[in-house]
Each structure stands twice: as structure tokens, then as C-alpha cells.
Design a binder for this molecule. Sequence first.
Ligand code: BEZ
Ligand code: FE
Length: 282
Amino acid sequence: MATHRFNPEFTDNVINAMGPKTTPRMRKLMSGLIRHMHDFAREEELTVDEWMAGVQMLNWAGQMSDNKRNEGQLVCDVFGLETLVDEITFTLADEAKDAPTATAILGPFFRADTPWRELGEDIVKTRPADAELVFMHGQVLDFKTKEPLAGASVEVWQASTNGLYEQQDPEQVESNLRGKFKTNEEGKYWFYCLRPTPYPVPNDGPAGKILELMDRHPFRPAHIHILATKEDYRPLTTQIFDRKDKYLDNDSVFAVKDSLLIRKFSYHYSCTPHQNTVSYLP
Ligand code: BEZ
Ligand code: FE
């Protein structure tokens, strides 16, 4: 029984227009999407102008996107959708007693063609004048046995101090501030990188417009992205955050989790390729 005063059959007519070749999962997803979209339009009594503004945002996101700019994902991120999908995935894994380190969103700046680097290498290939170099290290373990995982791949990427990832910034060399490391026989990895700094997500397109319309700032707290993979294991996508960052409580893409906040561990002098490095212990 319809609880609104509009055509009570319309939404079912649209859903029932799907043909028999649609897979069950696709039918379920499309039915839910159509039902929620129609309910939203009816509940808010969406005007033609408001709907058209939304269409223009979608088109603008498409026109801006290329292999260096993923505006569609960015729009989802400012709405919290990637973080929500990440939470759903992690909760299902947790309920199946299969959730190790907390996950966090991939974000739009991952690159599938990141180069392999030697353990101990410096991923800072274009060094900003205000750089603070840090030593980052960690260990990959089998969640069930707690044994170290040798030969796992640990991929990392971070923005420079100007807030830009290398693919956004012609001043940075290709693959600056990203690298893929293979863990040693103790499952350990280590490398040098920049002490991460907070940065604004790109806000010169529809995602920025949406933030402005909602009176929100674009900043993300300082973080480093990590993707750990190993054959026969589920990949782990996560981020680590500087425990002292001022944006931890209002990340523009809502990705912070308490267990991903890290503490400053120690300072090293002269025994490393860089002076005055800081190491982080996740
Ligand atoms: C990032 O952390 O790289 C990121 C995540 C979501 C939106 C924009 C950037
Ligand atoms: Fe990031």
C-alpha cells in the first residue's frame, strides 16, 4: 500500500521492466537502487531544476575524469560511500572471524603500475624543500597463525607536502612517493618516506562544489596509504594516520579509525641515509 500521493505503481513498473537475462544479484541491486532513488525523489518532492543540477554534477565528474583524476570516486568519498562500503566489508569479515588489521579506503590516487623498490629505499624522488623524512617499518603476519609472511607485497603511496600526489603534479617525477616492497623472511619491510602532512582533496570540480554546498572543508588528516597482498591471502587496504593531526575528527572522507592512529616511535641520527629521521610503529 503506497504511503504517498504519487502514482503507486510507477516504481514497480520500472523495476519489473528488467528482462530475464539480468543476473539475480544485478536484479537485487538495481531494484534497491531504483526503489531508494524514487523514494528519495518523492519524499523530498525533488524539483526538475534540482534533478537537473544533479545530472550536471554527474556529467561534470565524467568530463573531469581521466587516468590521473578519478572524480567519480572522489564524489562518492565526500558522501562517505567508499568508507561505508569499506565498513560493510570489514564487518562481514569480522563476523566471519577473518578481520585482521583495520581497513581504510583505497581512495582515488592508487596506481596499479607502482614500481618495485628495494627494502630500505627512499620513495622521496622529488624532495620538497620543507620535507621531513621519516623511516617507516612494519611486519606482515598471517592473521590466523601469527607467523611472519615472507614475500608479501606492501605497496605504499602518499601526497607530497604541497598536498598533491605525483599524478596530480607535473613538478614531481613519475612514481614519486610511491613504491612496492617485498617483505623479508621475517615478514618485515622498511623504507624512507615523507612525514605525511594534511592536505585538501581536489576541490576544483564537483566534489569540491558538493563540499561547498554542504559548508564542509576539504582536508584529510596526514596519512600514508598501504595495500598489502600475498598470493592465497585476501588483500588488505588501509591507511595509517598521525595521531596528533588536527583533522582526525573531521576527515573530509570519514576514513579515520582509532586503531590506525600511530605513535611517534624514535629518532635516528646519522645511521641512516637521512639525518634526523623519525620512525613510525603502526
Ligand atoms: C586519499 O587519501 O588519497 C583520498 C581519499 C579520498 C578522496 C580523496 C583523496
Ligand atoms: Fe591520501
